[in-house]
Design a protein. Structure first.
Length: 352
C-alpha cells in the first residue's frame, strides 16, 4: 500500500463516517505538546531517570536492569528493611533510605516542573474544545487509549464530565455488620474494577493519578482542601507510588504491563478493538513494539466461544507532523498487519 497520500483529519472522519466504521483514538506525547510545547516539550518522567545526578541510583538502575520506577522504589524499601533485620551498619541503611528519598523527590520535582498547577489552569475555551474532540469518539461507542502519564487528559475529562468517559474506577460501600441508611453509608476511595467491563478510557502506561496499594488499584482525586499534585505527593510520602511505565525497550514495557492487573486489562482492550484506530501525537518509536503487537493482534480475524466472528481492526490512521514523521512511518509500514493510512496532524483542532 502506498503512503504517498496524506489526508486531512476531516477527510479521515468523513471517510469513516461514510463507511459507518467505528473509530477509536490512540494518544501519544504529541497530544500534550499540542496543548503547550513549552511545558510538555519532553517526557519528564523518563528524562529525570536518565539525568539523575546520583551515582548510587544510576548504578542501581544498571544492576536491577529496569527503569520501572515502582519496582525500584519497592526494592529499595525492601533492601533497607532486610538490612535492618540483619543488623547492617546504620550508615548503609541510612544511605539506602537517602537514595529512596532522592528518587522520590526527583520525581515530584519533575512532575511539578512540567505540569500546570491544577485543572483550572487549562483555559475554558481549550478545555471545551478538547472535550469535544474526545467526545467525538466516546459518543459513538469508541474507546480512548493513551501512553501519556501526565495529568492533562484526566483534567479535561474530569472538568467536562463527559458522559461516556469511563475509566473503570468507582466506589464500593464499606461493609458493616448492621443496616445503615443510604445517606449515612461510608464509601471507599475510587477503586479500579467496578466498571472495567464498560471501560472506555485506558492509560496504557499508567498515569500519575493511579496508584497500586498492593491490594487495589486506586485513583487519586481532587479534594476541597488540596490540588491533585499535592494529593499525589502525600501518597508518595506514605510509600505509595504512581503506576507508570517509564523508559525501557518494548519488551521491558510489556513485562511491566502484564504484571499489573490494570495495565494488562488496558493492553488487552487495545488488542481487541474493531473498526479503525486514529493515532494522534503517537510516533511509533523504537520502544513501541508492544503497541504495534497489540494493534496487529486486534487486526486478526477471530471467533468467540459460540463460533461467531468478532469485530476486528480494519485499518489504522497515523497522524504525521513533518516530513521526518512521514519518512519514519514509511520505514516501519511493513510491521503493521493491516492497512496504514496517514493524515496531517496539524489539521486536527484539538485545543482550538
Amino acid at each position: 500500500m502506498s503512503l504517498d497520500k496524506v489526508y486531512t483529519y476531516d477527510e479521515v472522519i468523513k471517510s469513516l463516517t461514510a463507511k459507518k466504521r467505528q473509530k477509536h483514538l490512540l494518544l501519544g506525547n504529541g497530544f500534550s505538546m499540542s496543548y503547550d510545547s513549552g511545558i510538555f516539550s519532553y517526557n519528564a518522567l523518563s528524562k529525570f531517570l536518565e539525568n539523575l545526578d546520583n551515582d548510587i541510583l544510576q548504578k542501581l538502575f544498571q544492576i536491577i536492569k529496569t527503569s520501572n520506577f515502582e519496582l525500584l522504589m519497592e526494592q529499595l524499601d525492601n533492601v533497607a528493611q532486610i538490612a535492618e533485620v540483619f543488623g547492617a551498619d546504620k550508615k548503609v541503611v541510612q544511605n539506602i533510605r537517602k537514595a529512596t528519598e532522592t528518587l522520590k523527590e526527583s520525581l515530584i520535582d519533575a512532575i511539578k516542573e512540567l505540569h500546570p498547577e491544577h485543572v483550572f489552569s487549562v483555559p475554558e475555551e481549550k478545555s471545551k474544545a478538547c472535550a469535544g474532540f474526545l467526545n467525538s469518539f466516546l459518543a459513538e461507542e469508541g474507546q480512548i487509549f493513551t501512553t501519556n502519564y501526565d495529568l492533562l487528559l484526566y483534567w479535561v475529562l474530569m472538568r467536562n464530565e463527559i458522559e461516556n468517559a469511563i475509566d473503570g474506577f468507582g466506589r464500593d460501600a464499606e461493609e458493616s455488620d448492621e443496616w445503615i441508611p443510604e445517606d449515612e453509608r461510608q464509601y471507599s476511595e475510587l477503586r479500579w474494577g467496578k466498571y472495567k467491563s464498560t471501560q472506555t478510557v485506558h492509560y496504557l502506561h499508567g498515569a500519575l493519578q493511579l496508584f497500586d496499594t498492593g491490594v487495589e488499584v486506586v485513583k487519586e482525586e481532587y479534594t476541597s482542601e488540596h490540588f491533585l499534585l499535592e494529593n499525589i505527593k502525600s501518597r508518595m510520602e506514605k510509600k505509595e507510588y504512581p503506576i507508570f511505565v517509564t523508559a525501557g525497550n518494548g519488551y521491558e514495557k510489556l513485562s511491566h504491563i502484564v504484571h499489573n492487573k490494570y495495565l494488562a486489562n488496558c493492553y488487552e482492550s487495545l488488542s481487541s478493538i474493531g473498526g479503525s484506530l486514529i493515532c494522534y501525537g503517537f510516533g511509533f518509536g523504537n520502544y513501541d513494539e508492544h503497541i504495534i503487537a497489540a494493534i496487529n493482534k486486534a487486526a486478526k480475524k477471530r471467533k468467540d466461544e459460540n463460533d461467531k466472528w468478532l469485530p476486528f481492526l480494519n485499518s489504522i490512521y497515523i497522524g504525521v507532523y513533518s516530513d521526518a514523521d512521514l519518512k519514519h512511518i514509511k520505514s516501519i509500514e511493513k510491521k503493521f498487519k493491516l492497512p496504514v493510512r496517514l493524515f496531517d496532524a496539524k489539521t486536527v483542532n484539538v485545543w482550538s
